[in-house]
Write a protein that binds this ligand. Structure first.
Ligand code: S3P
Length: 164
């Protein structure tokens, strides 16, 4: 059995993925890190050197490779839902879980990071709000939605485990 975590940047997919893997004794794969290892390049460099469409191709390719994994927690990049084919593949890989975090909390967390190329905009908050608005209906196609507000990481992982 596999679990695929989806959600916007800053919703804790990687942190929760690692914790879940530890609690369940599963493997853990972070798609962004995997792409960085395979390309020997940082995500931000891939975006500047090759553009977003190239990164999206790598993302979809990697998802197809992940069809063969077992007992693995996969944390995806926030934009993976932009390609409708990806949701179909993710559901074939495993149970898709959406970490639904309020925008205010996301904006607060994103202030502390600099490695999100899509938010290198004049007004990063505005861009994030717009992107989340566009993506929310896509994330909601997940098998299960976990509302993370008011929950600590342990409670979030428990909720995920209880719905497996
Ligand atoms: C992206 C989110 C990032 C990374 C890339 C694009 C997005 O992953 O894949 O910067 O389009 O939302 P995180 O969600 O882990 O930040």
């Amino acid at each position: 059995m596999n679990i695929v975590l989806v959600g916007f940047m800053g919703t804790g997919k990687t942190t929760m993925g690692k914790r879940l893997a530890k609690r369940l004794g599963y493997y853990f794969i972070d798609m962004d890190s995997q792409i960085e290892i395979e390309q020997k390049s940082k995500i931000s460099e891939i975006f500047t050197e090759h553009g977003e469409p190239y990164f999206r191709k790598l993302e979809t390719q990697l998802l197809h490779h992940l069809l063969s994994v077992k007992n693995t927690i996969i944390s995806t990049g926030g934009g993976v839902v932009g390609n409708s084919e990806n949701m179909i593949v993710m559901k074939q890989i495993g149970k898709v879980i959406y970490l639904d975090t309020p925008i205010e909390e996301i904006l607060e967390r994103l202030k502390r990071t600099k490695n999100r190329p899509l938010l290198n905009a004049e007004n990063p908050d505005e861009k994030a709000v717009l992107l989340l608005e566009q993506r929310a209906p896509l994330y909601k196609q997940a098998d299960k939605i976990i509302e993370t507000q008011g929950l600590n990481p342990h409670q979030i992982t428990s909720q995920i485990i209880s719905c497996l």
